[in-house]
Design a protein around this ligand. Structure first.
Ligand code: NAD
Length: 281
């Protein structure tokens, strides 16, 4: 039976560290504040933003939401980014993605000051990460690394296979694993013999966005499996990219869905906001 990598518990640990540090900063007169740019009326985005605000409140970080109609112009949003970059009361901010059709997210991300880029997704932050300069790290990949580290899983020297090469998860995760001195293979939809490549992994990170597609043929004993995928289940609840019931009996460690990477992603946004507040203060 595999050891469960308990993202819920580790995220709670991160949140309590952040809360203590936020309180310490407040004692010095430095207030941590996270601003969110929310455009359009996508219900999932609105829910995510509400959850993030609730998380902020729990650790003593102030949060503000800048709401815009779906038909808002690129220029109006670019102006806001410029104002948020210049506002010393704002520790960090992010644009909730996806943006409505017709808006160019990359152009906006490119304007975010890396010191305030709490999502770590701007081209400058991504570039800094890839050449080893300090930067705010993308929340999901950083959450995966923190979960492994804090659960006592060795990364250095091990074979890591990442399934997925998105800008949001797969690519930055590969960079972070490299930084942790893993040997990294990145797989994607055109990879041949995927199960065979995946079976090489000591650390198998699955971020393909395909419901329950990784089964027992993708893993070997002693593998550590991290499931980044999130999919709603008919009748409620969530499942990941991994067939948990089939893989769990084979491997040494595995993340559950829910309760694995999801809570870590949320915790790392708070962590980044704290980092940004500290750096500015
Ligand atoms: P994406 O769709 O942008 O990228 C998926 C990647 O997987 C692509 O690079 C693609 O080449 C690869 N891929 C797709 N099908 C494949 C296949 N059959 N074999 C091999 N590779 C394949 O998705 P994303 O934004 O990277 O997100 C991936 C998953 O993680 C989604 O389920 C998403 O909901 C979830 N997610 C979870 C969190 C979290 O906090 N837990 C955060 C972000 C994303």
């Amino acid at each position: 039976m595999a050891k469960i990598l308990d993202g819920k518990a580790v995220a709670a640990e991160v949140r309590s560290e952040v809360a203590a540090e936020v309180a310490r900063l407040r004692g010095w007169g430095i207030l941590a504040r996270l601003d969110v740019v929310l455009v359009g009326d996508d219900p999932a985005s609105a829910t995510y933003v509400r959850m993030k605000q609730k998380d902020c409140a729990e650790v003593g970080i102030e949060s503000r939401v800048h709401r815009f109609e779906a038909h808002t112009s690129q220029e109006e949003l670019a102006d806001l980014v410029e104002r948020l970059n210049a506002d010393t009361a704002v520790s960090g901010f992010f644009i909730q993605l996806p943006l409505p059709e017709g808006l160019d997210p990359l152009a906006l991300l490119s304007e975010i000051d890396p010191a305030r880029d709490v999502d770590g997704l701007s081209p400058l932050s991504v570039g800094r990460l890839s050449i080893g300069l300090p930067s705010l790290l993308p929340c999901t990949p950083h959450g995966v690394i923190q979960l492994l580290r804090r659960s006592g899983v060795q990364i250095e020297g091990r074979e890591a296979v990442v399934i997925g090469r998105s800008n949001l998860v797969g690519k930055p995760l590969a960079q972070l694993l490299l930084r942790e001195n893993a040997t990294v293979t990145v797989c994607h939809s055109r990879t041949e013999n995927l199960p065979e490549v995946a079976r090489r992994a000591d650390l198998l990170i699955v971020a393909a966005g395909r419901r329950e597609f990784v089964g027992a043929e993708y893993v070997r004993e002693e593998a550590v499996v991290v499931d980044v995928g999130i999919h709603g289940r008919e009748g409620g609840g969530l499942v990941g990219d991994v067939r948990f019931d089939e893989v769990e009996p084979v491997v040494s460690h595995i993340t559950p869905v829910p309760g694995g990477v999801g809570p870590m992603t949320r915790a790392m946004l708070l962590y980044n906001t704290l980092q940004a507040a500290r750096a500015a203060g």
